[in-house]
Design a protein around this ligand. Sequence first.
Ligand code: AMP
Length: 425
Amino acid sequence: MFFRKKKNVSEEVNNETVKEAVKENNKMNVLVINCGSSSLKYQLIDKDTEQVLAKGLCERIGIEGSCLTHKVPGKEDYVDQSFMEDHKVAVQKVLDALVDADHGVIASVNEINAVGHRVLHGSVFFTDSVVINDEVKKVIRDCFDLGPLHNPANLIGIEACEALMGDTPQVAVFDTAFHQTMPEKAYMYAIPREYYDKYHIRKYGFHGTSHSFVSKRTIEVAGLDKDNSKVIVCHLGNGSSISAVQNGKCVDTSMGLTPLEGLIMGTRSGDVDAAVVQYIANKENKTVDEVLNILNKKSGVLALSQLSSDFRDLDNAADEGNELARLALDAFIYRVVKYVGSYVAAMNGVDCITFTAGIGENNSRMRKAIMSSFEYLGIKIDDEANAKRGEELIISTADSKVKVCVIPTNEELAICRETVALVNA
Ligand code: AMP
């Protein structure tokens, strides 16, 4: 961990040669990369049409059974199951697939004008996306403690691209950045100040790219005045979080120092009394790390239902009379309702509540169940609109006092746009 004055490192970057080259060419393809510890997701996006030219996933990097699945619209999927020793090999395979005569979409790697990387944790040092240089890489490395599973993988992906793509500009888009506008009263934990001063322990929030993208679209779709708007975004997926966005800026969010805080999730407990950790550790003779692993990976609706972390399974089981599945769904809904209610109070009102991500976009029953607790706000759901799928929707009735929307999230497109904005700046 490191301690130094907050500054936005992007100010120090000035890659004139690359910017000129991109401007001259004007056409621009952006490779968006999201590295996990043993995986790498990618999309190649044409910045003008915002079309996905190709996308894919490298799985089991460094593990037996490696697999690259490469998808090009209108073509059969290309699958390569040869071993990927590390992320550098994975990036090389992705580049090979993109330029391949049969399943490729570009003639040469030079047609990739910029790379946008999703990076989990930027601590207090990144309030925005940033063009990557040595200083930025150092800060990402310094944040390993805060994002132990993701930040190391993100950095490996960045260094692999640097090694294979030379001077192509690379941009880091942080999951935490959008939430950096939260006021101190929202992000400070009520624990001794020295832990904030020494280690920057505070609420950060995650899914920032999604909350930023979806809140901006909400303002457009719901026809709100950005500078006088109160929006609540419910990103409900396997990982779930809610944010309160006032006048386009995040003022509170449910995840914390790590993604463990807040809502009940697929396998994460969300909020629990911190003493639970000590109690389980003592009773079961486990370390704190082991208990946290349980709270992250073996809890949530999976633990409550004793069945599945997937909400489709839980819906089906509950319909067939499985009481634990019903309990898991009810507890999930109850926690969402409490957070939404608290954010209405925090902003002294709300203009629009928006649902996004796997559950938020696809589970109309869940949306209806959550919104039924807000009849006191004058919210009315239009059942016909709520039954639709796969598009941006207003699902509240015309006379509803608060609008309710569904906005499909698109984190890759958001990363692409951020990358274009920085490289062209
Ligand atoms: P995500 O993490 O955003 O991919 O969301 C995963 C969650 O969304 C899982 O619990 C799924 O059950 C749920 N989900 C994804 N697609 C659908 C769908 N078509 N219908 C209902 N639930 C879905």
